[in-house]
Design a protein around this ligand. Sequence first.
Ligand SMILES: [Zn+2]
Length: 169
Amino acid sequence: MAAIRHKNTTPELLVRKALHALGFRYRLHYRSLPSTPDLVLPRYRAVINVNGCFWHGHDCYLFKLPATRTDFWREKIRSNMKRDMENVEDLLDSGWRVCIVWECSTRGSIHRELFPFTAQAIAAWLEGDEQFIEFTGGESAADIPKYGFELRESVAAEQPIPYGQPNDQ
Ligand SMILES: [Zn+2]
């Protein structure tokens, strides 16, 4: 089960560092919960998983089935996705709130530059009562500059931040 989760990845370290800077404290890779979430914040009854887009089968530009052993990988990723869904359901059923930060929301210079805003959105979710939230990057590499532009515009206009908003499950 833990075999698919790659601990202490660059995206995970980015999330940890940003939340820590905002004053949040968390437990790492907490084994007493389904799926051993990457970050657990008991005070907020919240878990945060930082998902690699390939391993977790994200529908984004970072995911591409390998050209060799394609059937093997398709099945592997499909079973990872099924397990992810079951884990999220188990956590929600046990009264935990779940946040998924996808790797694509942390990749590329624009996303990294904008990550403090993403971290603020995660912080707002932690302090709210929404059960589930996901943060994703642009839908393709070409979208990233556009997302960055929209974010700057919205911040300038003091509107809610479009970048990193939840996708309804
Ligand atoms: Zn992705």
